[in-house]
Design a protein around this ligand. Structure first.
Ligand code: NAP
Length: 244
C-alpha cells in the first residue's frame, strides 16, 4: 500500500514502540492518530510538527468496546478513513502462576487481546467498504515460547496470533491484510522496569547480544503495511532469540 496521505491509527502510541511506529508512518507521508488512555502530551505532539501530515490525538481505552468504537468514529470524522490499524497497546502484570490472581489474568487479556478485537471490529466495516486495509497486531516472542511469570501476557500474545490468522482468512478477499509482529526484548518503558538480573539473563540468550530498539520494530510495521501480498504472517524481530 502506498502510504502517502493514508490514515493510520496506532493504539498505545503515546510512547515506546507505538510512538516509534507513528514516526515511521509519518515520515512515509501518512496521517497519524496517536492514542493512549491518558492525554497525548504537548511534547509528543510537538515531535510531529515537522511532518507535512495531519496528526490527531484521540485518547481512550481499547479494552472498552464502546470507547474503541467512539475512537474509530472520531478518527474517521477527522481524517475520512482508517486505512491502517496498528494494535499496539499492551500491558504486563507479571507474576508466577501460583501468585497470579484472576484479576491479573483478566486485565492483561482485556487490554492486549480484547482491545485488539474491539479496535479491529470497529475498523473492519469501513475497511470492507473501501476494499482496502492493513491491520498489524503487536504480539511477542513470549506468545510463541511462553515465559516464566507471564502466563497472562503469553496467553494474550498467543491469542493475538490465532485471532490475526482467523481474521486474515475472513477478510483477505476484500483486500484487507492482517499480520503480526512478535518482538523479542525491545528497550522501552515496559522493559526498563525489569530487574537487572533478568535483563542480564535475557541478554545472554540473545544471539545478537543486544536488545532491539523501537525504531527497528517500527520498520517491520511499515514493511507489513506496504507489502500488498503478505497476510496472516507472524514476523519475529528478536536478535535471533527464537530462531529454529
Ligand atoms: N518492549 C518490549 O520488549 C516488547 C516486546 C514484545 C512485545 N511488545 C509489545 O509491544 C507493544 C508496545 O510495547 P511498549 O514496550 O512500547 O509498551 P509501553 O512503553 O508500556 O507503552 C504502552 C502503550 O500502550 C498504551 N496503553 C496501555 N493500555 C492501554 C489501553 N487500555 N488503551 C489504550 N492504550 C493503552 C500506553 O499509554 P497509556 O499508559 O496512556 O494508556 C502506552 O502508549 C505492547 O503490545 C507490548 O506487549 C513489547
Amino acid at each position: 500500500m502506498e502510504l502517502k496521505n493514508k490514515n493510520v491509527f496506532i493504539t498505545g502510541s503515546s510512547r515506546g514502540i507505538g510512538l516509534a511506529i507513528a514516526h515511521k508512518f509519518a515520515s512515509a507521508g501518512a496521517n497519524i492518530v496517536l492514542n493512549g488512555r491518558g492525554q497525548i502530551s504537548d511534547d509528543v505532539l510537538a515531535e510531529f510538527a515537522g511532518y507535512p501530515i495531519k496528526v490527531v490525538a484521540i485518547s481512550g481505552d481499547v479494552s472498552d468496546g464502546t470507547d474503541a468504537k467512539r475512537m474509530v468514529e472520531e478518527a474517521i470524522v477527522a481524517l475520512g478513513s482508517v486505512d491502517v490499524l496498528v494494535n499496539n497497546a499492551g500491558i504486563t502484570r507479571d507474576k508466577l502462576m501460583l501468585k497470579m490472581t484472576e484479576e491479573d489474568f483478566e486485565q492483561v487479556l482485556k487490554v492486549n487481546l480484547t482491545g485488539a478485537f474491539n479496535m479491529t471490529q470497529a475498523v473492519l466495516k469501513p475497511m470492507t467498504k473501501a476494499r482496502q486495509g492493513a491491520i498489524i497486531n503487536l504480539s511477542s516472542v513470549v506468545g510463541l515460547t511462553g515465559n516464566v511469570g507471564q502466563a497472562n501476557y503469553a496467553a494474550s500474545k498467543a491469542g493475538l496470533i490465532g485471532f490475526s490468522k482467523s481474521v486474515a482468512r475472513e477478510v483477505a478477499a476484500r483486500n484487507i491484510r492482517v499480520n503480526v509482529i512478535a518482538p523479542g526484548f525491545i528497550e522501552s518503558d515496559m522493559t526498563d522496569g525489569l530487574p537487572e538480573k533478568i535483563k542480564e539473563a535475557s541478554l545472554a540468550q540473545i544471539p545478537m547480544k543486544r536488545f532491539g530498539n523501537t525504531g527497528e520494530v517500527a520498520d517491520v510495521a511499515l514493511f507489513l503495511a506496504r507489502q500488498e501480498y503478505l497476510t496472516g504472517q507472524v514476523i519475529t524481530i528478536d536478535g535471533g532469540l527464537t530462531m529454529q
